[in-house]
Design a protein around this ligand. Structure first.
Ligand SMILES: Cc1cc2nc3c(=O)[nH]c(=O)nc-3n(C[C@H](O)[C@H](O)[C@H](O)COP(=O)(O)O)c2cc1C
Length: 382
């Protein structure tokens, strides 16, 4: 079997999958379930300074648009806020987790006032945490760092936090940044030991009946498997420029997704939504899938492919705009459903009696082949 072990922040992890901070990692009992499912480490649900955020409304989850297009997709829309614990209880839970688990335990804090960052950080070190995530955004609308640019503010505070806390410090970047690479570089320069890219996005859904915000009446976090591509894009851009490790978070639903993030340069990969909607056991499947990928590729260790895709990302001027394909319909498989006829905005599908035909107007965009349910459209080089 391939060796999945990895060094992250000086911690020896048996594999790169971390249980991401959320309600599923709030207590030792829940962290234990993640450990039993095989995670390499756990990040504990965030301790918030803001007391209001320690109580979440109920209910706080909705699963939106489960069948987007013809594919299985969904949006997990939620308003679960902070850990319910105050600082002392949270620290006690960290100590219990350190005793009760064999995998590393990473604490997570989010503060509003400047002094509290250093104070809570020291508390986490005293409680025995192995590392500390500094959570810079809450997509669920809790008050976080008060300024418009939380990364800049943390950049300024990091040296102060470092003075009181020797744990590896890992800022968790908000999903909504104009330039995540610049933010990552600045935080590295300010002394961060690693970075989590990213937290979820803030969103809004509206209930058409009441014409008010869905669920609890305010903004909410939203995410799902579709978020992966944003994370891949920015991890691949940041990783080659950083010396510190990236823990990738967002949209990971399979071992293949984890393998992609490792290829993009991540050192560890965090799993949250998949664990919530499929149960902790999803980790077991993901680890198997990651091993399968490595075995198929002949990789014995993660370091053999970490970041391998980064150097293979073409610049706009290098993209092949010359080679062409065109659609070709396999008449035996075509069930004449009419989908290609409707979706081809080039008007390149014609009917000839009962048969469908691709005309010379075909630009070879490939959308019909992607959407054709019986798989009757292929693309041939011209
Ligand atoms: C219900 C819920 C609660 C979360 N709570 C926290 C939290 O307390 N602290 C934090 O840093 N991230 C929190 N997150 C964000 C996750 O840790 C993770 O970064 C994000 O959901 C993206 O990963 P995913 O697509 O695997 O869910 C939460 C996410 C969800 C869905």
């Amino acid at each position: 079997l391939p060796d999945l072990s990895v060094n992250y922040l000086g911690l020896a992890l048996k594999n790169p999958l971390l249980a991401a901070p959320a309600g599923a990692t709030e207590t030792l009992a829940r962290m234990k379930r993640a450990e039993e499912a095989g995670v390499g480490g756990v990040v504990v649900k965030t301790l918030f300074e803001q007391e209001l955020a320690r109580r979440s409304p109920s209910p706080r989850f909705r699963v939106l648009r489960p069948e987007l297009g013809r594919s299985e997709s969904f949006v997990l829309y939620s308003y679960e806020q902070a850990s319910a614990f105050g600082p002392q209880e949270y620290a006690a839970e960290i100590s219990r987790a350190k005793e009760g688990l064999s995998v590393p335990v990473i604490a997570s804090i989010a503060c509003v006032t400047e002094e509290k960052w250093a104070e809570y950080a020291r508390l986490m070190e005293q409680a025995g945490a192995d590392a500390l995530e500094l959570n810079l955004s809450c997509p669920h609308g809790a008050k976080m760092l008060s300024r418009a640019d939380p990364c800049a503010e943390l950049e300024r505070l990091l040296p102060e936090i470092r003075r009181t806390c020797r744990l590896p410090l890992v800022p968790k970047l908000p999903g909504q940044l104009t330039d995540p690479v610049a933010a990552a570089l600045r935080l590295e320069a300010a002394g961060a030991d690693g970075l989590v890219m990213f937290n979820r996005f803030t969103g809004l859904d509206i209930d058409l009946e009441s014409e008010r915000p869905l669920l609890h009446g305010s903004y909410a976090g939203h995410g799902g498997p579709w978020a992966l591509y944003y994370v891949l894009r920015w991890v691949s851009a940041a990783a080659p420029r950083l010396r510190i490790p990236i823990s990738a978070s967002g949209g990971v639903a399979s071992g293949a997704d984890a393998a992609k993030l490792l290829l993009a340069g991540a050192t560890t990969v965090q799993v949250c939504t998949a664990m919530l909607v499929e149960g902790y056991g999803v980790i077991r499947r993901m680890l198997r899938e990651l091993e399968d990928f490595m075995s198929a590729k002949g990789y014995a260790r993660l370091s053999e492919f970490r970041g391998k895709a980064c150097g293979r990302i073409l610049a706009a001027e290098q993209v092949d705009r010359v080679s062409r394909v065109r659609g070709e319909i396999d008449r035996r498989r075509c069930d004449r459903c009419g989908l290609c006829l409707r979706v081809c905005f080039y008007g390149a599908i014609e009917t000839e009696g009962a048969e469908y035909r691709v005309t010379r107007a075909c630009e070879g965009c490939g959308l019909c082949a992607e959407l054709c349910l019986p798989g009757a459209i292929g693309l041939v080089r011209i």
